[in-house]
Design a protein around this ligand. Structure first.
Ligand code: SF4
Length: 178
C-alpha cells in the first residue's frame, strides 16, 4: 500500500516511517510549512528532514511558498482554538495531495507526538479522509516515542523546542512574572 505521510519534522518521522515500512507500506513524506515560524526555523526543520530523508531513502514533497500571513489571519481572535484549524489545514492539504497522487492512505507524524491533541488529530483526519475520499491511516505512533527520541539524539538531529507557530514559541519561552 502507498501512504502519503504529513511530516512535521525529521525527528518525528523516524518511528512512524519505520513502523509503516515494517508493515510493508511504501511511504512518501509531505512537509507542510505555513505553521512553522519564523522562516529561519522552518528552513532549519526542512533541512534536518531533507538530510534524514536522504539517509533512509525517503522521498519527500516540500510544500511550495510560505503563507505566514494566511496562517496568522486564520489564528487571530481564535488563538485558543488555533490548533484545530492548524491540524485541519495540514491534514486537508495532505489528503488532497494523496488523492491527486492516487495514494491508498494518508497519515501524519502528528500521531507520534506526545505533545499534540491525539484524539483531535485522529477525528479531524478521519473526517477529512471521508470527505476527500482517501482513508486516513490511524495508528498510535506514540508507542514509539522513546525509540524515536533516542534515535534522533544518536543521529545528532536538530530537535526543535516548540511546536511551530509563534504562539507556541511564546508559550515555550515566556514565563510571566508572578
Ligand atoms: S501550537 Fe502547533 S498545532 Fe497548534 S497552531 Fe501552533 S503550530 Fe499548529
Amino acid at each position: 500500500m502507498r501512504v502519503l505521510m504529513h511530516v512535521c519534522c525529521g525527528p518525528c518521522c523516524i518511528y512512524p516511517v519505520k513502523a509503516l515500512r515494517n508493515d510493508g507500506a511504501e511511504v512518501m513524506g509531505y512537509f507542510y510549512k505555513h505553521n512553522i515560524h519564523p522562516y529561519t526555523e522552518c528552513l532549519k526543520r526542512q533541512q534536518t528532514l531533507h538530510d534524514y530523508a536522504e539517509q533512509i531513502d525517503l522521498r519527500v514533497i516540500y510544500q511550495e511558498g510560505y503563507d505566514l500571513e494566511g496562517f496568522l489571519q486564520n489564528a487571530v481572535y481564535r488563538e485558543a482554538n488555533r490548533c484545530r484549524q492548524c491540524y485541519h489545514d495540514r491534514l486537508k492539504a495532505t489528503a488532497l495531495l494523496a488523492k491527486r497522487g492516487k495514494f491508498d492512505y494518508f497519515s501524519s507524524t502528528l500521531l507520534y507526538s506526545k505533545f499534540q491533541n491525539h484524539e483531535l488529530v485522529r477525528s479531524i483526519g478521519e473526517a477529512i479522509g471521508k470527505s476527500v475520499g482517501v482513508p486516513f491511516l490511524y495508528d498510535d505512533f506514540r508507542k514509539g516515542w522513546k525509540e524515536g527520541v533516542e534515535a534522533s539524539k544518536a543521529l545528532a538531529m536538530y530537535r526543535q523546542q516548540y511546536c511551530g507557530c509563534i504562539y507556541s514559541e511564546k508559550e515555550r519561552y515566556y514565563k510571566p512574572e508572578k
